[in-house]
Design a protein around this ligand. Structure first.
Ligand code: FPP
Length: 252
């Protein structure tokens, strides 16, 4: 696992989160149905999972389906669910080969039963791997996550299991979906959009943001490597002062 210190330039991000955007536009540009854009997007998922190992990225979180995405046409939602199941059938071996643990962040219970079953089985089979983690945000919404955490905390307080005076950032964060995963260092959004779209609002507080006009189906290893390089040139201050080395480099 990559290690880092806050006094050194980061060697590379430990946790990368991605808003995979532009599948529909990619398909439209080619006169294809949107489903073809999602299929090509699944190829990019495969490529980026592989690239993480080569670049020493331990955690990869992908925004694969938001709570808002349920509002899309039924046929598109069904297509995405089928694609997800097919992807797991086809690519499960990749997780075993690379010893990657699969995790889901979001309301798994909202997904079709067959998809839930498949994902749960793969999560169980990969739960002991520790070379890396692939986290799929599914039926995920950050406001839902935060409201759910607040409700769980309130229930504990009501039951007398938690003192309100003890609630601080650390305690709150412990009630989010996957509390043991460190916050993302880098958040990539493809297709040129400049929004967070209800994605990891709490966890991205200090993340470096990187946006690219490249559409997700065209985002492969070279584009990922470019994003990592941009990250390495950033000066992460966490509210402190910039490092002299980085200030000098930035002025070159
Ligand atoms: C956003 O593009 C993409 C999605 C809502 C779905 C993401 C799904 C995949 C990349 C495919 C499969 C995923 C896995 C994990 C196997 P959009 O449809 O909003 O594009 P647009 O803004 O150009 O219309």
């Amino acid at each position: 696992m990559a290690t880092r210190s806050r006094t050194q330039a980061p060697a590379g991000p430990v946790h990368v989160a991605v808003i995979m955007d532009g599948n529909g536009r990619w398909a439209r540009e080619r006169g294809l149905p949107r489903s073809k854009g999602h299929e090509a997007g699944a190829e990019s998922v495969r490529a980026v999972v592989r690239a993480c190992r080569d670049h020493g990225v331990r955690y990869l979180t992908l925004y694969a389906f938001s709570v808002e995405n349920w509002k899309r046409p039924r046929s598109e939602v069904q297509g995405l669910m089928q694609l997800l199941r097919r992807f797991m059938d086809k690519e499960e071996h990749l997780l075993h080969e690379q010893q990657i643990r699969l995790r889901i962040m979001g309301r798994l219970e909202d997904l079709p039963k067959t998809v839930q079953k498949k994902l749960t089985r793969v999560m169980e089979k990969t739960s002991h791997y520790n070379a890396g983690e692939l986290i799929l945000a599914l039926s995920y919404g950050s406001r839902t996550e935060i409201a759910t955490a607040a409700r769980r905390i309130a229930e504990k307080v009501q039951a007398g299991a938690l003192d309100p005076a003890a609630i601080d950032e650390t305690v709150f964060a412990r009630h989010l979906y996957i509390p043991d995963v460190p916050d993302p260092d880098l958040m990539i959004r493809t297709s040129g959009e400049m929004r967070l779209s209800n994605f990891m609002l709490w966890q991205l507080s200090y993340a470096e943001l990187y946006t690219t006009p490249v559409l997700w189906p065209d985002f492969r290893e070279p584009q990922f490597a470019e994003a990592l390089e941009a990250y390495r040139l950033r000066d992460r201050r966490y509210g402190g002062l910039s490092s002299p080395v980085k200030r000098e480099r930035a002025s070159c």
